[in-house]
Write a protein that binds this ligand. Structure first.
Ligand code: F6P
Length: 332
């Protein structure tokens, strides 16, 4: 039985990381195991930035976005030598097991520690929700809610001025945020990396809406496709001189999408994932991550997750088609 475990948050912060940390600490304490917080992601291992986490540290953090442990994108973890060193440092620090809360890159680091024999369990946390093996990652629900509220506001202006708005949202390799918020906001177009957008169809749709009803339009663009500026220039090229009377404006939402008070869903998910990660480690599990599958929390082998691409579910795609959202064609 492990006497202690450590927890760290790594990569982009995601709302719900704090409830997950809290759940890790409380569950471990309930099971008679100490928890050590490592600050600043994997960098904190090299810096020796470790501190025993107690109930006091946990007070007043369940409703805060970001991560009380702070986070980083640790360059030393891109190098196998750096990971070897990290394992040695963890052992020197007397740490017996590790919970890593983070996205794809962070959990790749977790798998590498496991491959070197160090007990580790990951918790998927990324607003992009781009990890296979879990229907939802911590933070994606809060980010989608934030985006939805912002697009609703932009729609007010689009309606008032009969404009077309292009809204760039986060999602480096994933269209989850763009597609789901296009659905929840009633957008006309979603441009996502998983599908090849058809510019002439987009232009035709916008033009006929504008001509028939002098109506507004919303395009939600995932940053993983291109930036808003580039997309607008491509739209203008596609028009090939035929004038497009509707005014177009762009809004890049940027980092306002990442912070904020975690939703009920993300708090519960963080709590469930935190509990499961600790139970797994204490039962001798390693090399897996927590996942949400058909409402159940499970442990999924990281070997089946890392390096594989998550695709929007066929149900989501069908829904978007039925709601007449233009989002392109299957990539051959
Ligand atoms: O963590 C995911 C993410 O928010 C991506 O959607 C985005 O491309 C990236 O992080 C931005 O990272 P940074 O804050 O390091 O610029």
């Amino acid at each position: 039985m492990l006497q202690n475990i450590a927890v760290l948050t790594s990569g982009g912060d995601a709302p719900g990381m704090n409830p997950a940390i809290r759940s890790v600490v409380r569950t471990a304490m309930e099971r008679g195991c100490d928890v050590i917080g490592i600050s600043n992601g994997y960098d904190g291992i090299f810096e020796g930035a470790v501190e025993k986490l107690t109930g006091t540290i946990l007070s007043g953090m369940i409703d805060r976005g970001g991560t009380i442990l702070q986070s980083s994108r640790c360059k030393r973890f891109y190098d196998p030598v750096g990971i070897d060193e990290a394992k040695e440092r963890l052992i020197q620090l007397g740490i017996q097991g590790l919970v890593v809360i983070g996205g794809d890159g962070s959990l790749t680091g977790a798998r590498e520690l496991h491959r070197r024999g160090f007990p580790v369990i990951g918790i998927p946390a990324s607003i992009d929700n781009d990890m296979l093996g879990t229907e939802m990652a911590i933070g994606a629900d809060t980010a989608a809610n934030t985006i939805m509220q912002l697009i609703d506001r932009i729609r007010d202006t689009a309606r008032s001025h009969r404009r077309c708005f292009l809204i760039e949202v986060m999602g480096r390799n994933s269209g989850f945020l763009a597609l789901t918020t296009a659905i929840s906001c009633g957008a006309e177009v979603a441009v996502i990396p998983e599908f090849a957008h058809n510019m002439s169809r987009i232009i035709h749709l916008l033009r006929s809406r504008f001509e028939k009803t002098r109506d507004n339009s919303i395009i939600v663009l995932a940053e993983g496709v291109c930036d808003a500026e580039t997309f607008i220039s491509r739209m203008l090229v596609e028009e090939q001189g035929v004038s497009f009377d509707q005014e177009i404006r762009k809004t890049v939402l940027g980092h306002v999408q990442r912070g904020g008070i975690p939703t009920h869903f993300d708090r519960i998910l963080g709590a469930r994932f935190g509990e499961m990660a600790v139970l797994g480690l204490l039962q001798g599990e390693s090399g897996s991550m927590t996942g949400l599958e058909e409402s159940h929390v499970t442990l999924v082998d990281l070997e089946k997750v890392i390096g594989f691409k998550k695709h929007p579910s066929s149900e989501l795609i069908r829904l978007a088609r039925h709601l007449q959202i233009e989002f392109g064609d299957v990539v051959e």
